[in-house]
Design a protein around this ligand. Sequence first.
Ligand SMILES: Nc1ncnc2c1ncn2[C@@H]1O[C@H](COP(=O)(O)OP(=O)(O)OP(=O)(O)O)[C@@H](O)[C@H]1O
Ligand SMILES: [Mg+2]
Length: 508
Amino acid sequence: MERSRHFETQHRLLLLETLYDAGLSLGAMPDEDALAEDVLGRVVGVLDASRGYLATFVDGGARRAEARVGFPKRPPEAVVAGDEFLREVLGSEGAVVRDRARLLGRPVASAVGVRIMGGGRPIGVLALADKEVRRGGGSAVFDEEDRRFLVSLAGLCGMAIENRRHLERLTRERERLEEENRRLLDETGRAAAGRLFVGDSPAARRVLDLVSRVAPSKISVLITGESGTGKELVARMIHARSDRIEKPFVAINCAALPESLLESELFGIERGVATGVEARAGRFEAAQGGTLFLDEIGDMPLALQSKLLRVLQEREIERVGGRRRVPIDVRVLAATHARLGERIADGEFREDLYYRLRVVEISLPPLRDRREDIPRLVRYFLERFAARERRDAPALDRDAYAALLSHDFPGNIRELENLLEGAAALSQGGTIRREDLQWLPRGPVRIEASAGGEEGEVPDLRALEDRHIQRVLRMAGGNKSRAARLLGISRRTLYRKSAVVGHKVTAT
Ligand SMILES: Nc1ncnc2c1ncn2[C@@H]1O[C@H](COP(=O)(O)OP(=O)(O)OP(=O)(O)O)[C@@H](O)[C@H]1O
Ligand SMILES: [Mg+2]
């Protein structure tokens, strides 16, 4: 008896702690999916449920984020929308409890669910099923306390989601304003995107010359070059120097979206194509009268390539799921870092589309092939960062300069820009030193022989990686999950790697 009382008190404490902790951490989740995972992970753990499901919905009712425990497969939209238990939960104010119910097509012994409210409407649902029997006693039903707990947690969760969505709306609005601001800058005769195309090498002059020759016409231009060579900058310049300057410049990255999404992003979608889908114009329509920039065109799936070709030939689009044909007047610019010739030979890129897009090709040389532009670019970037911080631009000392001039810059101008931004922030007394150029490889360095290895000159990749991990861990305030997300590796991998780092830290 005593034991079970003790156990109950402990359990109650755990519930309260979980709520407290959720209140603190939910607001900091990077996105709604992470939030869903986090919340579901917590409840399933503290309420001993064997299964759990959390979904959030967009305004039209389609699923937005989802987390599952004990449901290995993602249930189809129709199963979620038609689930009787979930529907009942969505329609009820408090928590709903059912014995011998069905959840997402599975029979369950017991189930409990609450809806998640945001802005006065249900925006999500949280359901748990099959409570496990605890060692200390207690029966396997979801009791009053569990329900109260779920209602509180759903309240916190709803607030966090509402805040997130609000923030997203603000971010989108800000991006729109920034875009508009850039356009205004273009119009006042400044360089494209408020940025200058810097460079005086023969290669850079050739690019500028081509840009000014192709800009006034409506022809399609294919811009090629390694990552960070300025493909998007060139596209914006072409737009800014054309007579379409008053009209929108719309960019879309063809590599960033899965095929079906990319299609509706490009061409728009009609209402009701899937549950909850509202009619939406695509980027072609958004760019009406202006320029559409198809970034990473080499990654566009074949089926979409055919559709794009048809649109370019007929100058009309049809929204996904629609019948109506919309005439469009859009200039198309495309960019790729891939060798399209090879893709064509491999059957991954349509040759006819290639010729359609590549009426003129502007190929941007890698920075290592025009090192003479580096000093100018360095000055330009340092002055820009300084103006932003309202400071004087720092200068590079001789070592730092030499290091920059001899570096290969696989990431091209973007790499140079980022490198200098970091260096400018680290510099002291108006001078950038060699050590302020943080991620520039230091060439071969001597390292201690490790377990059975030999001493010698090896590129110290390992040390670079360790330093990077340590820096990211510091940035994440020591939070390993967040650090792992920033690094794009799993938490397990990070634990493994940071164990090594931790060892080094204490050893030195
Ligand atoms: N000639 C240049 N002068 C000044 N800044 C430049 C120049 N070329 C590129 N930049 C700057 O370098 C950065 C990278 O350029 P951009 O995004 O246009 O490259 P990209 O080729 O599209 O790269 P990715 O393939 O990675 O998308 C941008 O901040 C851009 O403003
Ligand atoms: Mg780009």
